[in-house]
Ligand binder design. Sequence first.
Ligand code: 3H9
Length: 696
Amino acid sequence: MTTINAVTDLVFDDDVALLVIDSPPVNALSHAVREGIVAGVRRALDDPRVKAIVLICKGKTFMAGADITEFGAPLKAPDFLELEAVIENASKPIVAAIHGTALGGGLEVALCCHYRVAVPSAKCGLPEVHLGLIPGAGGTQRLPRLVGVEQAAEMMLSGEHVPATTLRELGAIDELVPEDQLRDAAVEFAGRIVQAGAALKKVRDLDEKLHAARADSSLFAALRQRIEKKTRGFRAPEYIIRCLEAAVTLPFDEAMKVEQKLFAELLHSPESLAQRYVFFAERQVWKIPDIPEGTPTLPVEKIGIVGAGTMGGGIAMCFANAGLPVTIVEANQEALDRGLTVVRKNYESAIKRGRLSPEEVAQRMALIEGTLELGSLADADLVIEAVFEDMSIKQDVFRKLDAIVKPGALLATNTSALNIDEIANVTRRPEAVLGLHFFSPANVMRLLEVVRTRRTSKSAIATAMRLAKRIGKIAVLVGVCPGFVGNRMLFARQEQANAMLLEGAMPWDIDRVLYEFGMPMGPFAMADLAGLDLGWNKETSKSATIREVLCEMDRRGQKTGAGYYDYDEHRNARPSPDTEKIIRDFVRKTGRPTRTLSAQEILERCLYPMINEGAKILEERIVVRASDIDVVWINGYGWPAYRGGPMYYADTIGLHTVVQKLEEHAPKLGRGFSISPLLRQLAAEGKRIHELRLEQ
Ligand code: 3H9
């Protein structure tokens, strides 16, 4: 074995040299890795014994891309293009041996190798789009030459990791090799190449797979149209399409220049900076200062759910999707049947959309059992309560569960706002009680707020966080406060949105501003979707708010065809003259003057109070770091990732400006409004908030 540098070795197997990369955790192509590969390839090329080279990685994965932490400064030589030229132009065959995930720059380097072998479990992808980037090391040019423009577009625009088995069929992988024999099989493959005197295949020279796109003049327009809605506000998807257009219209080297230019532009764009911040923020959430790795966790293999409503059913699907058996308990057969029918319908629509096979759905449904007996939960490891949002009902459920469920098992509530300390206090196991706040639809939304009470044990928290990862959620640990992180900040926004209606704005004026900012919808469209009658009671309704008046007129949202908006049969919303009249009449009765609110005022009054609330959440140590708040808003409420979350956004505006504007608007912000001392302090010191983390 020859050590090239700290992260690469050259190992000889007869006349094949294995260039072994060992740079945990994900073999990212840092400066040291790039340097090691170039030096290793050169050494192998210079060695007359060597007839072929295998590029292979140690650890859990092939190279997972460029080292994102290096993007802040110009890349030190050798850069990607130099490295790739050394590989592609090598006079001896180079074979990439892929396991784990070959992603981004990692896949791009593999595409410069003359051949690629992979184990069937390996996956490949160009996920740069999630970082607000495009593949910038030739991926936009080489991938379409191997798999065709449409497939390449799909991979780059979705950023999805595609199984090696699929890529073998598409022609990007030359051979699949047995799972536990990658090294030997790759050496054997390289030996065969040498024996056969096979050509040194350069992907850049291929052209055939581009023909179809050249012949289809409507391809790119159709692509743009298809992604328009989903990628609104993001810049990278459009740049990916431009690179593909270059691939089919320009010679390789010219098209590479287009890729380089667009990559460089994106690298410094505010969108990519924000998305790279989000990438690391989403990995920080798992790190909890007082709960170190290795904290003992409880085995969780059986789940119980109380309540088969929309939330209960969605939560059951989350666990069944991860292969965990779930028992759902309902109070009566009708509600249980209704709940299970909704679950089945959701799965059936997944079959229709090609997301799941009928067999997979059958397996998942078989994991979900419905019952009317709370006693069936006796041997569950975790029970999640998802009943009506009412403290006394929830406390009653917890009392019963405490008596039935085996000692030590965790009891969780899916409450979105209630005080979980008060729920825990009615049990004899407060240390095993916590909140698991799923977001609706629970089987779709990635966010999970894991709520610790004053008495939740560290082991219970560690167990919940591990379980969240297992079911594919992104979990943020939060403390108890009304609405926790997400809804508490949402309340702050809603209060202002409601107030602005009374000052003269219409629901669609406010929604439009937030939609244009990048949110999937504004507060009033969201209320219509959720149903205006959530928590509304016909008997006690007193026309005291606009919402109450709408409900009294049976305008209860999308489900009744009218709410703040009017809806057609396809649930398309249009501003409602009826609502406008209702609002104007309501305001007139209050005797308040109305005025025209500017888009800027609407934006500031919706977002700055949220930022202020976020700062209070930090002051109160409800989260351990500011970036956790951003993760909540991106994954739970559709805050646009290219704006990095409310706390990150605050820093792009400047805290000084945020405070100044809050002061300016203060008389309109409600009697209970006050500016967070922390926000004031950071603003006065010229500091930033999104990097703030609290010591325990
Ligand atoms: C690119 O390649 C650009 C090129 O086209 C052009 C260049 C000119 N860099 O996710 P995990 C860290 S852009 C630096 O928890 P998993 C991560 O922060 C890149 N660090 O593991 C974490 O650190 P910590 C395109 C990275 O097993 C640790 O590794 N590639 C990178 O759940 C473990 O990560 C991508 O976008 C990186 N590239 O998932 C792939 N990747 O422990 C990004 C990870 O301190 N990576 N880290 O918190 C992934 O998708 C996942 O990490 C992966 C493993 C699927 C590989």
